[in-house]
Design a protein around this ligand. Structure first.
Ligand code: NZQ
Ligand code: ZN
Length: 393
């Protein structure tokens, strides 16, 4: 079954459609945003003006932090309940939208049911009526704008878990204006770019069949690599920011997962690192990806060869003293990962977990928090994870 109910408005004028969308909901709008970037860059004022012109009661829920916490989620559920919210309008990046979905699924839970246990530990479906979520995206990477993902961090237990809700919890509509991302700090921008790359790789590096989804993903990765190189040099290049935004949405809105078992082990390790250090999501992924992929490469060699040739244009032939020779599959595959590492350095990604504040003292906590999955080419043992952490120091 393939179904994605999120309506997208894309482009420079996409905010103009907010008014039309607001007609579909009652008067009480909880406006959810983060630490204040939207006030500095003026997007908040534009949105409030539209809400006011539609006669909405605006109830503010601000201060949603990166890697939103369980305590903040409890706070948001209370705010939305007191407001008798008709719509949760998420204005921000993945953290704000993920949080809005958590609030949405929890407002109508009985008071004796803890959303943390219900959704983020036991991963139960949401069986109560959700509050509709609308999104205005200001930071690109997670794909939260068109999916059911909601990642929450329990700071007390040092667990960062993601619930993937069903399509009832997807944003009803999302406004995507690439210009709204111009003010994102470079560190966050490149972290978001790698998050997109990682979402695609987590789905691409599974199974061995010839699948349309893999061809779509190769196109998405090529577009992302090309546009990322432009965006780091010129953050206000509209075409580049627009391609990156669109790629992010299609990388994780369930389309390219069709026909794939999907891996997600890099995300499991990355989430464990964030749980312990509160590091930026995309940077946790960039820091562990190369050691991870070198580790699993022998188990999925044909796909790594294909990745090298179709994404990085690695030639299967080499030249030695003027003579042309055929490279081995391993040589081709390794060259692909080498090209990827050069691109990662070029755009300024974090390559070592030690640069995120991880020390060997954190290893036990990270290992404890890492969920081991079996959708990729090799199910890791805890020892494998430890080797990957060591290789990333
Ligand atoms: O809080 P403010 O002041 O708004 O600043 C934010 C934040 O510090 C800033 N920012 C956002 N838009 C801006 C801006 N600064 C200037 N100008 C703008 N236009 O950027 C910082 C990062 O924002 P955040 O929302 O935290 O980033 P991101 O979109 O990367 O979201 C990260 C969260 O999403 C989860 C991650 O684990 C993490 O908790 N994920 C969600 C997924 C999903 N829903 O499917 C999948 C992902 O794999 C990921 O796990
Ligand atoms: Zn991610």
């Amino acid at each position: 079954m393939y179904y994605n109910p999120t309506k997208l408005y894309f482009g420079k004028d996409s905010l103009d459609y907010l008014k039309e969308e607001l007609n579909n909901y009652g008067n009480n709008v909880v406006l959810i945003y983060g630490g204040g970037s939207v006030k500095k860059n003026g997007i908040y004022d534009k949105v409030v003006e539209i809400l006011k012109s539609c006669g909405k009661n605006i109830i503010e829920d601000s201060g949603v932090m990166s890697n939103p916490t369980l305590d903040k989620l409890y706070d948001g559920i209370r705010i939305a309940r007191e407001a008798k919210a008709d719509l949760l309008l998420a204005l921000g990046g993945g953290s704000v939208i993920d949080y809005a979905k958590g609030v949405s699924a929890s407002v109508n839970l009985p008071f004796n049911v803890d959303p943390w246990k219900e959704y983020y530990l036991e991963f139960n479906e949401c069986t109560v009526k959700p509050i509709p979520v609308g999104a205005i995206l200001t930071m690109v990477g997670t794909g939260s704008e068109m999916n059911g993902g909601s990642v929450i961090t329990n700071t007390k237990d040092k667990i960062k878990n993601g619930k993937v809700f069903d399509s009832n919890l997807y944003p009803k509509f999302t406004i995507l204006n690439p210009e709204f991302t111009y003010t994102v700090p470079r560190y966050q921008m490149v972290a978001g770019i790698f998050d997109i790359m990682s979402h695609i790789m987590e789905q691409y590096f599974s199974d061995n069949d010839d699948n349309t989804s893999d061809y779509i993903m190769e196109g998405l990765m090529r577009s992302l690599i090309a546009s990322s190189k432009i965006a780091v040099k010129n953050p206000t290049d509209y075409d580049a920011r627009s391609n990156i935004m669109w790629t992010a949405t299609w990388a994780l809105n369930t389309l390219v997962a069709k026909g794939k078992t999907e891996d997600w082990e890099v995300h499991m390790i990355g989430q464990a690192i964030s749980a312990v250090t509160n590091a930026t999501h995309g940077m946790t992924l960039s820091a562990v990806s190369l050691p991870y992929y070198y580790h699993v490469m022998p188990y999925g060699l044909p796909k790594f060869k294909r990745f090298a040739m179709n994404v990085w244009n690695v030639s299967p032939f080499g030249k030695n003293a003027g003579a042309i020779y055929a490279k081995t599959d391993t040589e081709i595959a390794k060259e692909g990962l080498l090209m990827m590492s050069e691109w990662m350095r070029e755009i300024g990604l974090v390559m070592h977990i030690s640069d995120l504040g991880v020390t060997p003292n954190n290893f036990d906590a990270i290992l404890n928090a890492t969920i081991l999955l079996d959708g990729g080419y090799k199910k890791l043992s805890k020892e494998d994870v430890l080797n990957i952490l060591n290789a990333s120091m």
